[in-house]
Design a protein around this ligand. Structure first.
Ligand SMILES: Nc1ncnc2c1ncn2[C@@H]1O[C@H](COP(=O)(O)OP(=O)(O)OP(=O)(O)O)[C@@H](O)[C@H]1O
Length: 344
């Protein structure tokens, strides 16, 4: 549905050249929810803006539904853009218009009749659960309600593609969840292709089927979300995955942690499981085989696309040799082990 071919974007600022996108290639299948994740300044916004040519690529081609957008005249591009809806982090609603009139705006601009606009807007407001707010103004809505209005407006011209530019970044976790559920619903109901950019792996994990990771304007990794979580190939991918599994060391442990072992101290280890790890009761096996007592401080295991992954913090009580042997056994079983220090 969306094909990005060898797209480069260079900005010039104060005589300086900024390469925001460096030879990006992406294919986004019809009906998928595709996430693009990257840190601040990675080039996410530039990339999504290149898909509807709000930003023109310096080089490369963009196809949406088989049409090469770069090759269109301005008039043809205006028509093609009706098939590409977009929502933004800060909603971009018109404050002087009611909810009803915000949603109806694209239809007014397309010259639709009053009856057609009324029927369409009413059905869209019902879809996003805002029928009762039709006469309210944006200033009287919550962030989540504003984003629902923006989604209804984006759907008014029956787009084939919805671009979401950090659409949940200004919302609290519960509202984020409800907006992501709404996106999932419209993806299913209308077979709408959704391209979303985000800096949060939790968003990708929650609704995307596929993900591309960008850093410094380059595409560093892409694939099905389950595959990326199971077998991340780059450090950047690993960092984003870890960010969904925040495991911090309890403060009293951190205070007692020393970098070297003494006769009365024991290692505090961080175990990282991925889809490649052996799916077996490995902790009890290690305890038995190496005569260790293992105390689990915290653990965060999750499933994405049928793949189990997660992090665990544990103390190994036993002789230093037993701990060393246990750690190398765990590594042989594809568990990433890091000794964070020694606790007395
Ligand atoms: N209009 C512009 N003029 C000059 N430089 C720009 C322009 N737009 C973006 N850039 C630069 O291009 C790079 C990528 O910016 P972009 O906004 O696409 O990143 P991003 O991943 O969306 O970051 P953020 O999450 O902080 O918005 C940055 O170095 C940015 O400073």
């Amino acid at each position: 549905m969306i094909e990005i071919q060898n797209v480069n974007k260079v900005f010039y600022q104060a005589g300086r050249e900024i390469k925001a996108l460096d030879d990006i290639n992406l294919t986004i299948a019809e009906g998928s929810i595709y996430g693009v994740i990257g840190s601040s300044g990675a080039g996410k916004s530039t990339l999504i803006r290149c898909v509807n040519l709000l930003e023109r690529p310096t080089q490369g081609k963009v196809f949406v539904d088989g049409t090469e957008l770069n090759a269109l005249s301005n008039k043809e591009l205006t028509l093609a853009r009706r098939k590409i809806g977009m929502i933004f982090q800060h909603f971009n609603l018109l404050s002087s218009r009611t909810v009803f009139d915000n949603v109806g705006l694209p239809l007014e601009l397309a010259g639709e009749s009053k009856q057609a606009i009324k029927a369409k807007v009413e059905s869209l407001l019902e879809l996003v659960g805002l029928s009762e707010k039709r006469d309210s103004y944006p200033a009287n809505l919550s962030g989540g309600q504003k984003q629902r209005v923006a989604i209804a407006r984006a759907l008014a011209s029956d787009p084939k593609v919805l671009l979401c530019d950090e659409a949940t970044s200004a919302l609290d976790p519960a509202t984020t969840h409800s907006i992501l559920e709404l996106l999932r619903k419209i993806n299913k109901e209308f077979n709408l292709t959704i391209l979303l950019i985000t800096h949060e792996m939790a968003v990708v994990k929650s609704i995307c089927s596929d993900v591309a990771i960008i850093g410094g304007g380059k595409l560093v990794e892409q694939g099905a979300v389950g595959d990326i979580f199971a077998h991340p190939k780059t450090e950047l991918a690993r960092q984003f995955i870890r960010s969904t599994l925040d495991l911090s060391i309890p403060a009293d442990y951190a205070a007692r942690l020393s970098p070297s072992q003494t006769p009365n101290s024991y290692p505090l280890v961080r175990l990282e499981f991925t889809g490649a790890s052996v799916d077996a009761p490995i902790i009890s096996q290690v305890a038995r085989e190496f005569d260790l007592d293992i105390s689990i401080l915290s653990s965060n295991m999750d499933y994405v696309g049928g793949i189990k992954f997660g992090l665990m913090l544990a103390e190994f009580f036993g002789t230093p040799q037993a701990s060393e042997q246990a750690i190398s056994f765990l590594k042989q079983n594809k568990i990433d082990v890091e000794v964070l220090g020694y606790v007395a």
